[in-house]
Each structure stands twice: as structure tokens, then as C-alpha cells.
Design a binder for this molecule. Sequence first.
Ligand code: NAD
Length: 505
Amino acid sequence: MIADLLEKFGIHQTHSGVYAGDWITKPDGLEIDSINPSDEKRIATIMSGSRKNYEQAMESALEGFEKWRRVPAPARGEMIRQIGTALRKNKKDLGLLITLETGKILGEGQGEVQEMIDMCDFATGLSRQLHGITIASERQEHRLFEQWHPLGVVGIISAFNFPAAVWAWNAILAAVCGDSSIWKPSFHTPVTSIAVLNIVSSIMKANGHADVFSLCISDMHLAGEWIAEDKGIPLVSATGSCEMGRVISVKVGQRLGRSLLELGGNNAAIISPSANLNQALRGVVFAAVGTTGQRCTTLRRLFVHDSIETTFLEKLCNSYGSIRIGNPWEEGVLMGPLISETAVEKMMGAIEEAKNQGGKVLAGGNRIPGKGYFVEPTIILANPKMEIVQQETFAPILYVMPYHCLEDAIELNNRVDQGLSSAIFTDSVREAEQFLSYRGSDCGIANINIGTSGAEIGGAFGGEKDTGGGRESGSDCWKSYMRRQTCTINWGDQLPLAQGIRFDL
Ligand code: NAD
């Protein structure tokens, strides 16, 4: 089954990890193994890129850009539409492959491919709407307007947990804007990135633009560092931990490049006494346990009103007890493994830390014995001041804390360094509006009666504070991938100066 899947996507047991208009036959970086987190077996071996191979991929991306930016945007949109069609045809199998490599469940693997398809549809429409505005000029017989031009090669550094969708948020948007891109995926998910490149490059080759999308898989973070330091890359879009963002943003900033940062979250939800508790329960469990707690938007902190604390926590612990954990390829499984042994160690370490700091484990708390990186989803009764509660542990640990007054709960929601996603479950319009007001949540995403995870691509996605401030995917995010030009045309025969300045010769 796995061999068939690899064959379908043209992935050899030992495969090149560098795409520069075509696969580089034998990249000379270290060989890295892709590991199935469900059974710890090797899926395939990837020949990663050396610095020289990276330069080859960059050269191809630069050449690609020169040609691609000349293609009219609606014609670029048409090729992106074709990519969307190819992804539709491959949705089931690519979803399976994502499930295999990340451990996320089947529905979520396919949901990720659907997100890529949605991005292609969105970008196709956008290809006829990359327009600027005309502004009233203060000078007589002048026209003042803005226009948008392609930017260049966009560097994309992506995390393991959305190994395909995050590429699409960036690369598809960049492509419709007339940019080429170079992608450095996570070393945990190289096989998915090769499959994506194979699907996309078959379309781009047929259209004579094989060098719009480049890829450089590297040992650990190497290609990420090369991208960050590369003056030839005007925009670096980096998705990953806050630690990574701190390193990348300094390197990109030093060369005065632009960075678009999508970093970690420490997301909270508030359950008000007026909430529909069954709705809240489903929203909380999906947000806290889905993707094995490995979404940037995973629910990590839960503030429950003290009047419903006992009832709600009882329901929550019962639900956790009924979650089927196992091979994510199996129907009915709701939680697969964590990504790696290190991730399991970090989760177990955080649980110990929480206990030492006064937390009480209400559900879960253990590693599941046997092969694979399986753990129990865990609920810990905590105090909002505990040090561990301030941190993002990338695992299914939910800290629950009672609150009495909504203002306090909102203050606690905002107290952490990260500012990605937030939610309130309430049937009170006053509470909902307060949560969304300037006195409410300080996060990039604020939801009412929906959990913290599971965003649609139509909105701008991203967060504030240590989450990095970047916005990707829908809305007007395309503007980050273009350069804005303000143009003034004097069509009269005088030379009036702005601000009424006189400079008579
Ligand atoms: P990570 O930070 O370990 O790695 C992310 C990517 O950055 C990888 O490709 C990695 O090789 C690269 N990288 C890491 N350190 C680097 C360095 N010093 N120099 C150059 N490149 C470097 O993150 P991860 O474990 O893959 O993913 C989990 C993290 O990503 C979580 O913190 C999660 O919240 C975050 N995330 C954020 C979003 C978002 O949109 N805000 C989306 C997905 C994941």
C-alpha cells in the first residue's frame, strides 16, 4: 500500500530532495529518512541539498521569475486553475500520504489537500483582481494612483504540521502575483513536499514554466538559514516556532529584507455560563485533540466559568476517555501519534513540570506503550500563573482554569506572549461583542461559538505579538507578495508642487 502510494507520486525509495526546474539527479547533502510516526519505520530516504544545490535551485527560481512575471496575471491564474484540478484528482492519495508522514487522521489529511484546492480557486479569481486604487491628487491636472508589481523569488520555510497547505498559502499566492518561490519544508515531511512538487511541476512543465516552483530539502534547518541570508530573496515567509522566528527575522532584517512570520500560539477559549455546553464540548475537544494537539491554533488553555466548572469538566473528561487513538489511516480513529520521539519527551516533560508547579492531571497524562509516538490526550487543572501554562507545548495538553468574571478571563486570554487564536462560547450578545471589541481578545483570530482551530482560507490567517504579526492565505494577504508603486502623472503644462511649496526660478 505504501509502496503503491510512493510509486503513484513518482517517489523512489531514495529520492532527490532538490527541484530546480527538474529534479537534481544526485544532490550532495546528507541523506535523511522520512519516518512514519505510527510505527517508526522508514518511508523513504531523501538526498538533501548542499549549499551548491541550493544555489542551483535559486538560479532556477530567478530565471523562472524573469519569465513568469511577463505572463499576464489572468493567464497565470489559468495555470493555477489547472494545478487545482490536478490536486482535486489527487486529493485522496495525497491526503493518505500526508496522514502517513505526519500522523494526522485521514479526514484531516484530505482536509489539508482541500485547503490547497481552495487556495488555487481563490488565487484563480484573484488573478483578475490584483488592482490598485486611484487617489484624488491635490495638484491640478495630476493623476495619482497605486499599482502592484511582482516582487521576485519568495522564500518559503514551512513547519511539519501542515506540510502541504502552508506551501499552498504562500506559493500559490506568490505565483498568481507573478513571483517564483523556493521552498524549504520541514525535515520531518520531505516525502509530502516531493509529492506536491511532482503534481505541480507536471502542470507547470506542460505550460512551459517548470522553474516557477523550486524546492530545497536540507539536513535540519540549513536551507532555512540560506534563504534567510539570501539577498536575492526579497520576502521570506516563515512558518514555525517562535524560536525559529526570532532567528529568521534577525537574519532577514539584517539584510533589510521583508519577513512574513507565522509562529507559535498559546490559544485559549472561554466557556461562559450561557454557553450551549454540548456545542462547547465538541468545539473544545476538536480544537484541543485534533491533529494530536499539533496545530498552531490548538486549544491549550480553557477558562471555564466557576458556576459550570464541575458539570463541564465531567463532560470533558468523559469525552477524552472515549477518543479512539491509533493508526490514523483507520476509519474512526480520532487521534494519531505525535511527530517524533522528541515531541513525546517534550510532552511528558511538560506534564511533569505542570505537576511540580501545582497542576493536577484530570485525564490522560501517559505515553501509550508500543511502537509509534502515541500519547494520551491530557487535561490538567491548572493555575493561570503557572510558568508552564505560558508556554506552547506542541502536544495535546489542555490546561483548564476556572474564572468568575469575564473581564478577568479576557485579561488571562491576553496575558501570554503569543497572540494567534482565541474563542468564547456564549449565548450572550454582550459577552460576544465585548470579546470582539478593542477591550476583548488581542489575537489575530477571535471566534464566537467555534473552537480556536479550523480556519477557512478566505480570511487572513495569522497572529499578533510573539506569533509574528504575519498574515497569509485569503483577504488582501496577496499584497505582501507584491511591491506597491505610487505613481503620479502630471498631464498639464505647469509644475505645481505638493503642499503648495513655491520654488520659482
Ligand atoms: P520549527 O520552528 O521547529 O520548524 C519550522 C521550520 O523552520 C522547519 O522547516 C525548520 O527546519 C525551520 N527552522 C527551524 N529553526 C530554524 C533556524 N534556526 N534557521 C532556519 N530554519 C529553521 O517548527 P515545527 O516543529 O516544524 O512546527 C511547529 C511550530 O510551528 C509550532 O510552534 C506551531 O505553532 C508553529 N506553526 C505556526 C503556524 C502559524 O501559521 N502561525 C502554522 C503551523 C505551525
